[in-house]
Design a protein around this ligand. Structure first.
Ligand SMILES: [Zn+2]
Length: 64
């Protein structure tokens, strides 16, 4: 059984596993967006829809 959580930013379901690097967020982008909500008004991420969140490989930074 894999625990499923919902991304606080976009509501997408995220598997609570080691491979989900950004959990509880679905991606780095969603994490940054959430942090931006309180970090700085001037550093909000906007107009970023061209970045395909699905293409971020959660394994990439874990296996050096
Ligand atoms: Zn998300």
């Amino acid at each position: 059984m894999t625990k499923i959580v919902k991304c606080p930013t976009c509501g997408k379901e995220v598997k609570w596993v080691t491979a989900s690097t950004w959990r509880p967020f679905c991606s780095e982008r969603c994490r940054l967006i959430d942090l931006g909500e309180w970090a700085s008004e001037s550093h909000r991420i906007e107009g970023d829809e061209t970045l395909p969140a699905e293409s971020i490989d959660p394994y990439k930074d874990n296996h050096h």
